[in-house]
Design a protein around this ligand. Structure first.
Ligand SMILES: *Cc1c(COP(=O)(O)O)cnc(C)c1O
Length: 394
């Protein structure tokens, strides 16, 4: 028998989250951001749930090609644009739209031979200082692009560094008002330029989409589609009405009865104060579970056993974690364990463990956990959309 671990991708939840974002948009269009192999979900699996998007945004040319092979004929945007001149050939061939964030990318376009001119998104560095032209250089970049026969339409974009910032944060904290400042820089720099605009990531979409300037023409939603709240712990997915799209689940493969003074795992980081049962789960850091997830008396990372919430005890090892079975006395070898996502129903109600809670306990983000799902974990697609796409007609 293979190890009992598996990941499930819920295409119905992807579709739900997309619809949920769309409800905020008052007609603005939505890029489904599927970079990093759709945040670890797999491009093809995510595509099954996200077909209602207006376009797909990503970084990797191979992933763009995969989307075309899957049959997507709509817009695809390369969020970092070309990495070298010959990437533009693939853009021409596959009809990819691409970001232009530096002079070299304009030079490459100027030398590029193409029959069909390209749609480009000119990126403004409005304060994040990662990619984009400074406000001083932006206008001349725009003029240069506009004059190129290789360029069809020039759209305008920027990226927020602090769209998830808590509105109650002390205004002296760096980033507390950054979204207002960046919005002002973008608005002033692009004031009289024509072209479609794109500013908002997930956090800005959920928190600020009522502002037409933030919503603009296209939002770029990533993490919200994958059932993680961009501003956790200020808000959780329940607050935003999002559903988990990835479940990581496994089973208990052993049970130990501890006596007071017994310790658990490497480094003996957990000591039993009273008799207790613990379960050993077939999931470790080599599966993508965060090694720093704590399992001490003070801080226990949440986990579901048979849908019942309990906590890690002891350190995460390569292939196993250990969990407190006190709240689940009926659990034993073979019991289902949910590391994150959807658990089995308990008393007729679905059990859920949002990935954000696990990430938060481990000092990281839902983003990182999804992307780190290890290649050795078998993945299965579930949900109505997948059924419709994968099953032969009855
Ligand atoms: C990743 C990315 C996004 C999506 O961010 P989320 O926080 O996942 O919504 C949007 N825009 C750009 C440029 C990105 O790189």
């Amino acid at each position: 028998m293979p190890r009992p671990i598996e990941a499930l991708i819920h295409t119905d939840a992807l579709a739900h989250n997309l619809a949920r974002a769309r409800a905020e948009l008052a007609g603005a269009r939505l890029w489904a951001v599927v970079k990093a192999n759709a945040y670890g979900h797999g491009i093809a699996r995510a595509y099954a749930g996200l077909r209602a998007a207006d376009g797909f945004a990503l970084l990797d040319l191979a992933e763009a090609r995969t989307l075309r092979e899957l049959g997507w004929r709509g817009p695809i945007l390369l969020l970092e644009g070309a990495f070298e001149p010959r990437d533009l050939e693939l853009c021409s061939r596959l009809g990819l739209w691409h970001t232009v964030h530096c002079e070299a990318q304009i030079d490459w376009l100027a030398m590029h031979k193409t029959k069909a001119p390209h749609r480009v998104f000119l990126k403004l560095n409005s304060g994040m200082n990662r990619l984009g032209f400074t406000p001083q250089a932006f206008r001349s970049a725009w003029t240069r692009l506009e004059a190129l026969p290789q360029v069809d339409e020039v759209s305008l974009m920027t990226h927020f560094s602090d769209a998830d910032a808590n509105a109650n944060t002390d205004a002296s904290t760096p980033g507390a008002r950054a979204i207002d400042r960046q919005l002002q820089v973008f608005t002033e720099t692009t004031r009289d330029l024509p072209g479609e605009r794109s500013l908002a990531n997930s956090a800005a979409t959920l928190r600020h989409a009522s502002d037409a300037q933030v919503r603009a023409d296209w939002v770029r939603a990533g993490i919200l589609l994958y059932g993680s709240a961009p501003d956790f712990p200020s808000h959780d997915i329940g607050h935003w009405d999002l559903q988990p799209t990835m479940t990581l689940r496994s089973k208990l493969i052993a049970v130990q009865q501890l006596q007071p003074g017994d310790t658990v795992g490497y480094g003996s980081r957990y000591t039993a104060h009273a008799p207790m049962r613990i379960g050993v789960v077939a999931c470790g850091y080599a599966d993508g579970y965060p090694r720093h997830a704590p399992g001490t008396h003070e801080h226990g990372t949440p986990v579901l056993v048979e849908g019942v919430r309990t906590r890690l005890v002891g350190r995460v090892s390569m292939d196993m974690v250990t969990v407190d079975l006190t709240p689940v006395p009926h659990a034993g070898p073979g019991s289902e364990v949910t590391l994150w996502g959807r658990g089995p129903p308990v008393d007729g109600r679905v059990s859920l463990l949002p990935i954000d809670e696990v990430a938060h306990a481990a000092g990281t983000l839902g983003y990182e956990l999804m992307c780190a799902l290890a290649a050795r974990v078998p993945v299965r697609t579930v949900g109505e959309a997948a059924w419709a796409a994968d099953s032969p007609p009855p």
